[in-house]
Design a protein. Structure first.
Lengths: 109, 114
């Protein structure tokens, strides 16, 4: 079966750095996505990785290792507005997105 | 504002009712999707339309019936639902092309079946 694993919940402090991990087992791989979803709102696209390595976009970075079936989202200089759920999704060999259950990130002052 | 709108935002319906959810995208995309999001569960893909043609139906019960009259509009017709169908229903759109073609989501319809 296809599976995406990510922690259910994480807590971090304002101004700090947090890393949210995602591991996957899917039938094929055609890219990995990270989305942010604030409570009661739509998921919004954060990043896309298809090759191994680190993609940096401002305070957010995403890393991929295809051989390990592993990705992480790194958030730096945390702000209160970063409190949200972070969803990891992998596009499989049929170009369908397989989603993780999301990681709820709580930022404390 | 992502360019994808959904109505209504909240819906309460009895098990014998018939209702429809509406989605409209203003992004010029050629693919649209219906997802179900339940608490603490992964997003479940229900239906996919590419160029108005349904390409995926992931074993969704027949009490959910999609309709895509054109590439900008998508409906989900609901009838004789069950309480376990209560969830957030998200619509998304994307442009099918090489590369990431990330999906853009609407705000969702919070559905409660009583």
């Amino acid at each position: 079966g296809q599976n995406i694993d990510q922690p259910t919940e994480m807590t971090a402090t304002e101004g700090a750095i947090v890393q949210i991990n995602c591991t996957y087992q899917t039938s094929g791989f055609n890219g990995l996505f990270w989305y942010q979803q604030h409570a009661g709102e739509a998921p919004t696209f954060l990043s896309y990785n298809v090759l191994d390595g680190l993609e940096e976009k401002g305070r957010f970075s995403s890393f991929l290792s295809r051989s390990k079936g592993y990705s992480y989202l790194l958030l730096k200089e945390l702000q209160m507005k970063d409190s949200a759920s972070y969803l990891c999704a992998v596009r499989d060999s049929n170009y369908q997105l397989i989603w993780g259950a999301g990681t709820k990130l709580i930022i404390k002052p | 504002e992502t360019g994808v709108t959904q109505t209504p935002r909240h819906l309460v319906m009895g098990m014998t009712n018939k209702k429809s959810l509406k989605c409209e995208q203003h992004l010029g995309h050629n693919a649209m999707y219906w997802y179900k999001q339940s608490a603490k569960k992964p997003l479940e893909l229900m239906f996919v339309y590419n160029f108005k043609e349904q390409t995926e139906n992931n074993s969704v019960p027949s009490r959910f019936s999609p309709e895509c009259p054109n590439s900008s509009h998508l409906f989900l017709h609901l009838h004789t639902l069950q309480p376990e169908d209560s969830a957030l229903y998200l619509c998304a759109s994307s442009q099918i092309r090489d590369g990431s073609y990330e999906q853009y989501f609407g705000p969702g319809t919070r559905l409660t079946v009583t």
